[in-house]
Design a protein around this ligand. Structure first.
Ligand code: FAD
Ligand code: SF4
Length: 333
């Protein structure tokens, strides 16, 4: 691993001022925040990430989970994934989030991984993680070998001719269905970003994964008050039962009244270049009977724009079945 400078600021403003010296936006930048390190240190060992300076943010006061005045929840950026998944309010009112986190990684990893780090974890595309290979995301302009190569696990929604990498997070998919808001402290101002606008599609700049600018520190994430009487399910399909990323997953938050769906929030994982909210599936559900026929129709709508690569066409049907089954599970919960 290359050498780097290590700093431990004790307040967010100093952390942001230090990070603002980076030449580029956070991901891939030469000055980086370090939270749990389960993505960043991993990639530094592979020489995929080579920051000159690391800013340890673990001692900043960003590790609390608190109720908000409007009845929602505020989750600090350095709250550990395990603590979040087992927090009583999360288990009761935001069960889809708890389930999604517990479906990811391993207990040991979840004990150190953080809220912000999870949102910013990087793709598991094998070419991205191998510096002997070209990769537009790691080295812009070098090409995307995945398009003609190994792409079984990669995206069928939101891809471009420059990158087809999947966003790997489970937690972020649940947060998309819960309509989370991400709070960012920058060197000039603070701002709130709805999760749907936080991650970027690859387009012609796959190296740019989020709206974060140099110095931007995620301070916390908020969830709106829980939808009354909602039923929530996170269903993850993968090659083995644990310690594996999703081939397809579905986060479902639905309300059913007298047999009909009155409200639906749907997001998919494992299939998109970003956590994939599906307004198409939501529109197909609301006002319709909560039955298998309409659940399948919603899944068809969610995958209508899917574009398979050479090895991952199976994901289209897999994702449809995943969403249909998740809706069925929620309806009968
Ligand atoms: C073997 C293995 C299996 C895994 N399986 C899964 C899985 O099944 N599902 C899943 O969802 N995830 C999985 N993960 C990924 C894991 O969830 C992430 O590595 C973890 O959530 C990252 O959090 P962290 O705190 O360790 O991030 P770090 O590695 O510390 O940071 C990640 C990135 O976020 C930036 N960053 C961190 N905090 C902030 C902040 N506050 N503001 C701005 N930037 C910040 C860092 O600079 C870095 O770019 C797996 C990881 C491993 C190693
Ligand atoms: S899919 Fe994206 S991350 Fe993978 S090789 Fe292509 S450009 Fe790189």
């Amino acid at each position: 691993m290359h050498t780097f400078q290590f700093v431990r600021p004790t307040d967010p403003a100093t952390a942001v001022a230090t990070a603002a010296q980076a030449k580029t936006a956070q991901q891939g930048a030469d000055v980086r925040f370090l939270a749990g390190g389960t993505t960043l240190i991993d990639l530094m060992k592979l020489n995929v990430e080579t920051p000159a300076r690391l800013i340890d943010i673990n001692q900043l006061p960003l590790d609390q989970i608190e109720a908000t005045p409007d009845g929602g929840l505020k989750i600090g950026a350095t709250v550990r994934n395990s603590d979040l998944a087992h927090q009583p309010t999360v288990q009761r009112d935001y069960a889809v989030l708890s389930q999604a986190i517990l479906a990811g990684a391993s207990a040991q990893l979840r004990n150190v991984a953080t809220t912000a780090g999870n949102l910013l974890q990087r793709t598991r595309c094998v070419y991205f993680r191998d510096t002997a290979m070209p990769c537009n995301k790691r080295e812009p302009g070098t090409g995307c070998p995945a398009i003609t190569g190994s792409n079984r696990t990669l995206a069928i929604l939101g891809a471009s001719d420059h990158c087809i990498a999947t966003h790997p997070s489970d937690m972020a998919v649940a947060m998309a269905a819960l309509e989370a808001t991400i709070y960012v402290q920058g060197s000039k101002a603070s701002r709130a970003v709805p999760i749907g606008e936080f991650h970027l599609l690859p387009g012609i700049t796959p190296e740019r994964e989020t709206v974060l600018e140099p110095g931007d520190l995620i301070t916390h994430v908020t969830l709106p008050p829980p939808a009354a009487a909602s039923k929530q399910v996170y269903l993850k399909l993968r090659d083995r039962a644990s310690y594996e990323f999703a081939l397809a997953s579905a986060a479902v938050v639905i309300t059913i009244d007298r047999g009909s769906v009155t409200r639906a929030r749907i997001a998919l994982g494992g299939v998109g270049t970003k956590p994939w909210r599906s307004p198409e599936a939501e529109a197909a559900l609301v006002g319709q009977p909560a039955d298998q026929t309409h659940f399948r129709r919603a899944a068809e709508a969610a995958l209508r724009g899917a574009k398979p690569q050479s090895e991952n066409g199976f994901k289209i049907e897999l994702a449809k079945r995943c969403l249909t089954h998740a809706l069925q599970m929620a309806a009968t919960a």
